[in-house]
Design a protein around this ligand. Structure first.
Ligand code: SF4
Ligand code: SF4
Length: 402
């Protein structure tokens, strides 16, 4: 049984189902001791057992030794769990974000939760050598989980740059859903390509297509080969067609070939197609029976226009996403100031919500001025902002279709 979502690329397509099943078993087996060890260490802390032995040298030494030993086992099983999880969920976009959230909770959320739940007793619980050793281990665990989280988020963003987006809304099209791609003269810049420079333009239709001869774009004229029969009719027969047929052929003998009748009918239809003057003096067919709004909706559900959107996304995605770290780099000091103010505000709010009316929860004190932690926090915020920027561009390009 396949565990990850099926994908055309990525690890799930390289590893066989049997290998993935073995990795899944390893993940499940290693996850159990990882959770048990972590919860047991946490129990030792919050139950007050570590705090109770403070001041008793023999018991303290035993508690410290136990924490160190269990931490070692925890690190080993955590490495196995993380490696197998990465192999299993490598293709999942949300995996990196989940890892980063877990890391953030371990780094800051746990201490915060202890402060909130145990209030005045929190200081007693953590102020002993075994508890301090345990908190160091928790921070190490946060780093072990956070590092692959950051790498996975970067990988997801990079893979989106390379493959553009393959969302459901692109498969759910009304016009040209099953159209096959053809070799076409490529545009220098994909995002600026005309419809006849996209792979869904069929050579047979293009030869006589008024949109092609006018060197315009079908979505600009609101008529094209996927949505209007008139374009196909006008395309039939190429240049020969425009000269018209000799309708007197066969008259006199009393026999009119069926081919001539069909051609005559097509010719009559062509003659009745309403047109207007387009670029280069080419007559562009018009459809007076539907509104501009309906024509716009038609384009939004067409494979040609969506290919145009995909190309636009591919070219806009890297600069749009990378502008975030550039802004962060130039506004680093301001962001640092903003973050400190934000942490102070959270501190005051939590302190105010405490029943013992401490006034402050002292979270900011542990972070403010600690450059490595502040930098890691800003890197995490930057990664999240980059992901949002990419999602926002996707929303504009593939949902709003602007
Ligand atoms: S309307 Fe269709 S056939 Fe005509 S140029 Fe555009 S993509 Fe090609
Ligand atoms: S629906 Fe729009 S994009 Fe598609 S062929 Fe017609 S005009 Fe072109």
């Amino acid at each position: 049984m396949r565990i990850t979502k099926s994908a055309d690329s990525g690890l799930s397509s390289i590893l066989s189902d049997q290998v993935l099943d073995v990795i899944k078993k390893i993940f499940q087996i290693s996850l159990i001791p990882t959770l048990l060890l972590f919860l047991y260490l946490l129990y030792g802390l919050i139950s007050g057992q570590m705090a109770d032995v403070a001041g008793k040298p023999t018991e303290s030494a035993h508690a410290l030794e136990l924490v160190r030993q269990l931490s070692l086992y925890l690190n080993i099983s955590l490495v196995v769990t993380l490696l197998s999880a990465i192999l299993l969920y490598y293709d999942e976009d949300a995996f990196g974000v989940i890892l980063l959230l877990v890391a953030a909770f371990l780094a800051y959320g746990l201490q915060l939760a202890i402060d909130l739940i145990f209030s005045s007793d929190a200081t007693r619980l953590v102020n002993n050598t075994a508890a301090q050793e345990l908190l160091r281990e928790v921070h190490l665990t946060a780093m072990m989980v956070g590092a692959p989280g950051i790498l996975m988020i970067l990988r997801t963003m990079f893979s989106r740059f390379m493959t553009a987006r393959k969302g459901e809304d692109l498969a759910n099209l009304t016009y040209g859903q099953n159209a096959v791609k053809e070799q076409v003269p490529k545009a220098l810049i994909g995002a600026l390509a005309h419809c006849w420079q996209l792979p869904f333009c069929r050579e047979g239709v293009r030869k006589g297509c008024p949109i092609y001869h006018a060197r315009t774009k079908c979505w600009k004229e609101r008529v094209g080969c996927m949505c209007e029969e008139s374009i196909i009719l006008l395309s039939m027969g190429g240049k020969e067609q425009s000269k018209g047929q000799d309708m007197t052929a066969g008259v006199g003998s009393g026999f009119v070939p069926i081919g001539d009748l069909l051609t005559k009918s097509a010719e009559e239809k062509k003659a009745n197609i309403p047109t207007r003057a387009g670029p280069r003096g080419v007559r562009i067919p018009t459809n007076p029976h539907i509104t501009d709004q309906q024509k716009r909706q038609r384009c939004q559900n067409c494979v040609i226009y969506n290919e145009h959107q995909r190309q636009k996304y591919q070219i806009l995605s890297p600069p749009f996403t990378l502008i975030v770290p550039v802004l962060v780099f130039f506004q680093f000091d301001n962001l640092l100031h903003l973050m400190r103010n934000l942490l102070d505000a959270i501190d005051r709010l939590i302190g105010h919500l405490n029943f013992n009316n401490q006034g402050s929860a002292d979270i900011a004190k542990g972070i403010s001025g600690n450059v490595p932690i502040e930098t890691i926090l800003i890197i995490c915020f930057t990664l999240v902002a980059m992901t949002w920027a990419q999602r926002f561009l996707e929303y504009c390009t593939f949902k709003l279709k602007i």
